[in-house]
Ligand binder design. Sequence first.
Ligand SMILES: [Zn+2]
Ligand SMILES: [Zn+2]
Length: 428
Amino acid sequence: MSHRLVACEHCDYLHVEDDIPPGFVARCARCGSPLYQAQKGTVERPLAFAITALVLFLIANSFPILTFAMEGRTESNTLLSGVVTFWQEGFPFLAFMVALTSIAAPLMLIGAYIYVLMPLYFGFVVPGLRAVWRVLAVIRPWSMLDVFLIGLLVALTKLTDFADVIAGPAFYAVCLLIPATLLMSTTLDPRTIWRRLAPQNLRYATLEDLEELRANAGQTRATGWMTCDTCAFVVTDSAARETGGKCPRCGTHLHHRKAGGLSRAWALLVAAMVLYIPANIFPIMTITYLGRAESDTILSGVAVLMQSGEWPIAIVVFTASIVVPILKIVLLGWVYVATGLGLSGPLRQRTLVYRITELIGRWSMVDVFMVSILAALVKLGNIATVAPGFGAVAFCAVVILTMLSAMAFDPRLIWDRAGMQKEQGMSS
Ligand SMILES: [Zn+2]
Ligand SMILES: [Zn+2]
């Protein structure tokens, strides 16, 4: 094997690619983030899981999820009902977010896997494989069916207290869809697909290129080459000039660091902090039961679950809706402050904290999904209704803004800024 270079997506540390045993993950020597996995056989297994997921997705969207019976009346909901209800009740933002995260993004994710893996498996040619695989990286974080399932279980717990609820075929389809999409993603390292989609006679940057760059005086690591944000391909600046600043492997526009990294990340985080206040003050929903109206905020929703003795669900909701948003805002704030000040502190741990905030943020959508399910199901006129509240809009915005903030931040700045500080310190 040649001395191909691989850059860490989280700290930009360069490594020489090596053969690793199947099932193993190569990790960055500097920050510990995963670099690449051993090629796990063929595309056969992920493709099989993707097709299974598509069938389950179609079932999940064609049948009722829950059927709710009370006082001789019944009401059923499908995946789309929550979206329609939010729209009808004047909450277009919530309608859009629920449609994106529970229907559009999962479908696009599954569709992208099938569209790319099918031709690779059967060996035929279709256009736009690289564009589709590139879009996949963008939509992946917005696919939240797993979080939707938790929201569904919370809604179920709340409903069984005062009505009969029957799980429909779509409920079981959603339950099976989670492991199917999980297996689809975990049996395939997206980076191995980039190698297969690469143009023929693509030249990989090697150790020799790096040595040449280092030999040229004045060339620092950050200016001699770039790492593609999408496929992590290492491109020397001279090679990037030849392709007009685009990644020669996937076509993404290349840049040394995300534009406006720290200030954009801060702006989004501050907006999330501001909205966190109305998110907790205003009710996320109002339940009207036999003429008596009761509003629930995020916190009172947890309290109600505790009072009715639903401890496991109460702990899940408390963690997802209260602990995670606060933790995410505090941790991201700490990462940004430390990065802005160029603190050299524990950089490895700071990178890990950043990676954790990227993973946990989406779980806060549980309450938004719960409201979408309850509002769509409980529409029995004078007997019982659930109406969404402004708190749900603010809360959903907090989740989205913290996610966007983490995406806008370039974790490589953690290392850049600390290094800069050290150099300045040495020269003075
Ligand atoms: Zn690293
Ligand atoms: Zn690329």
